[in-house]
Every structure is written in C-alpha cells, then in structure tokens.
Ligand binder design. Structure first.
Ligand SMILES: NC(=O)c1ccc[n+]([C@@H]2O[C@H](COP(=O)([O-])OP(=O)(O)OC[C@H]3O[C@@H](n4cnc5c(N)ncnc54)[C@H](OP(=O)(O)O)[C@@H]3O)[C@@H](O)[C@H]2O)c1
Length: 265
C-alpha cells in the first residue's frame, strides 16, 4: 500500500477520519456539541478531519474544536469559490480557523482547477499548505478527475466509495494506485442511507463486528488502494463507534461479499 501522501498522519494506514458536511454546520451557540463530537473522535484515535467552505459553518466549528489539540490533527479542507479573489479571501479565513496551516487542501468539485492548482502550488511552496488534492462526488466528472490526476501535480483524491457506489473501481482507484496517490473516501456510509439497514445478529457475528456501520467502514477499508475514510456524525458515541472500525481484523473476501449482499438487497 502506498502511504506517501498520508505519511504526515504518522498513523498506520488505512485510517478512519471524520467528515463534517452537515454534522458540524452549527451556529456558534452549538460549539460545545461540535467540541464533544470532535473530542470523542480524537479520544478514539481519529486524526484526519475533513471540511469545506461549502459546509456552512463547519470549518469554523471544526477549527475551534481542534484548537487545543491542533498539533494532533491532520486537517483536510477545500477551496470552493467561483473566482480566484473569493478563493483567496476565504483561504485567509481558513488559515485563521486552522492555526495558519492546512495539511491537505483539496480543489472541491474541480472548480476552476487550473487556476486554483497553480495558486495552491505557490501556497504549498510557501509552507502554508502541506499536500494538494482534488475531489469530486459524481462519476460524470471522473474523466476530468482522471485528467487532473495525470498532471502529476496532486498528491491525493477524494471520491465516493461504498457498496452502492463503486464506479471508482473502474478507472479511478487503479489510476490512483499506479500514480501513488492518497485516496480519501467520502460517503462511506452512503450518506447515512446504508447505515440505516439492519442486518441480523447472526450476520453481524459472521462479519465480526459490533455494528452494521462498522461493517460498512471495514468494507471500504478492505480495499488496499484506500487510505482514509471520512464518515460524518453529529453524535459523539458514533464518532467512537466509527473509529473502532479501524482496528481488529480486516474483512476477508467472503465477509466483504456478505456486506455487499446486505447493502444492495
Ligand atoms: N467533496 C465532496 O464532494 C463531498 C461530498 C460529500 C461528502 N464529502 C465529505 O465526506 C464526508 C462523509 O460523507 P457524508 O457525510 O455525505 O456521508 P456518510 O459519512 O456516508 O454518512 C453520514 C451519515 O451517516 C450517519 N452515521 C454516521 N455514523 C453512523 C453510525 N455509526 N451509525 C449509523 N449512522 C451513522 C450520520 O448521521 P448522524 O449524524 O445522526 O450520526 C450521517 O447522517 C462528508 O461529511 C464530507 O466531509 C465530500
């Protein structure tokens, strides 16, 4: 497994990180809840946290929650603005939220990626950005994502991957492996819809997990081309539950096939 792109996490890869879309888009008055969720994740050994300017106030809540332990976190966020001026203005705020440094800055939905990439390379060379990445949620854009990957100028991609969304297996994951890129998995619980299924106790025992969400996370972790999963939750106890999927035995091929049968009916 290639670990170059995420070597900075200092962790044994692959790892369970945490996303923040919707779950940390909270008003300032709910900062204590954001702190609880983030502290539960940190306490369970989670180090990678993902956000974006697209997620409302989540960057601000995440930054404040991480502040006491910023040095323990690998912070991944994104640039997502229609103009270069707006991207740079938001970036100044992001640096303020995250203590002057972003470990992984991703071009969200490949928006104006040529201009953003040249700028982020300058920021990386100046030491304020660690790694540069690119993300897309839609398989319709995977051709464009492939082109960006082939420039050799990004270190990581963020893509959707779960038993119902497997388009990345065709070309994106093989190319990431060939190029040695880090792979961050968004939507590992299918945006929550897959997590709502209820397999039987016998099935959970066969999968060697305590909860179905853990089986879904282990399903993606079992792909050797994957480095980091970023499930999102608004509940501290689920942050710990999700983190626990990162330890214990990996799913074998039969267990992985069982997860697919349960997930896809
Ligand atoms: N770049 C992009 O285009 C893009 C697009 C989508 C997402 N993302 C990133 O990827 C992250 C993850 O994707 P996502 O948030 O869309 O989906 P997800 O992580 O697959 O699912 C999140 C949902 O699952 C529920 N959940 C979490 N842990 C659970 C558990 N242990 N048991 C049962 N339900 C559980 C959460 O509800 P509760 O809050 O009730 O726990 C939440 O509704 C995002 O937060 C974001 O950082 C990026």
């Amino acid at each position: 497994m290639d670990t170059r792109a995420f070597g900075a996490t200092g962790a044994q890869l692959p790892v369970i990180g945490m996303g923040s879309w919707q779950t940390l888009d909270l008003p300032a008055s709910e900062q204590p809840l954001a702190n609880e969720v983030v502290n539960a994740a940190l306490g369970a050994g989670t180090t990678v946290f993902d956000s974006s300017p697209m997620y409302g106030s989540s960057e601000e809540r995440l930054g404040e929650a991480l502040e006491p332990r910023r040095g323990d976190a690998f912070l991944a966020t994104k640039t997502w603005s229609r103009t270069q001026g707006a991207a740079e203005a938001r970036y100044e705020e992001q640096l303020r939220f995250f203590g002057g440094h972003v470990e992984l800055m991703q071009i969200h939905n490949l928006l104006d990626w040529e201009e953003r990439l040249a700028w982020l390379e300058r920021e990386r060379d100046a030491g304020r950005v660690g790694l540069i990445g690119a993300t897309h949620y839609s398989s319709d854009a995977f051709g464009d994502l492939e082109r960006v990957m082939r420039t050799g100028r990004i270190a990581a991609i963020q893509i959707p991957y779960n038993p119902e969304e497997r388009e990345v297996e065709e070309r994106i994951l093989p190319l990431a492996e060939e190029l040695g890129l880090g792979v961050v998995v968004m939507r590992p619980l299918g945006g929550g819809s897959l997590a709502r299924l209820s397999p039987s106790p016998d099935e959970l025992a066969e999968l060697g997990v305590e909860t179905w969400a853990q089986a879904l996370l282990k399903w993606a972790l079992a792909d050797p081309r994957v480095h980091v999963l970023i499930p999102a939750t608004s509940k501290p106890e689920r942050a710990a539950e999700n983190a626990a999927a990162g330890s214990g035995p990996a799913l074998d091929p039969e267990q992985r096939a069982l997860v697919e049968r349960i997930a896809t009916g």
